[in-house]
Design a protein around this ligand. Sequence first.
Ligand code: 5GP
Length: 190
Amino acid sequence: MFNGKLIVFSAPSGSGKTTIVKHLLTQKELNLAFSISATSREKRGEEIDGKDYYFLSTKDFKKHIKAGDFLEWEEVYRDNFYGTLKTEVERIWAMGKHVIFDIDVSGGLRIKKKFPEKTLAVFIKPPSIDELKIRLKKRKTESEDKINMRISKASAELATAPLFDCIIENEILEKAKKNAHTKVLKFIES
Ligand code: 5GP
C-alpha cells in the first residue's frame, strides 16, 4: 500500500522556502504534490486561485474553521488567515503522491505533532534578518508596512528552528536546493 508522507517547509517570509519547494516539485523521483492552502489574504501579482492558494473571503474561511475542515490554520498576520484543508491531504494521497507544504512555522509544527512519523519538518534559515529585509524589498510585492510586519515576526520564527527535524541554511540557493533534495529523498525512502 502507498505510504503517503508529509514534507513541511517552514521559514520566515523571504527566506527562499517557496523557491526551494518549487524546485523540489520539479524532481519527478520525489513524487511530490503541493498542498494548496486556503487564505483570506488578497491575491498578489500573478497568483492563480486553485493553484497558488484557494482564495476565500474571511467569512468563508471562518465557516471552514467552525466546520472543523482544517488540519491546521493560523492567523499568520492580522486579518490574514491561512490554513490547510483536510481534503487537500486526502486529494494528494489519493493520487499516490507525497504532500509538500509551504507553511508558517506554527502550522508546520502543528502538522508534525499530528503526524509525527509521517512528517519531515524542515526549517529554512535565512543568513540574517538584514538579508531577509533586502530580499523582501527586492520582491516588491508588499508595502513598507507589510514588509515591517513580516520582519518583526521573523525573529520569533527563527527561535523555533530547533524544534524542526532539520535546519537548512539558505545562503547559497543551489546548495540549499541540493541539501533539501537529499533530505527529502532519504525520508520518503525510509
Ligand atoms: P504569503 O502571504 O507570503 O503567501 O504567506 C505568508 C505566510 O503564510 C508564509 O509563511 C506561508 O508559508 C504561510 N502559509 C501559507 N499557507 C499556510 C497554511 O496553510 N497554514 C499556515 N499555518 N501558514 C501558511
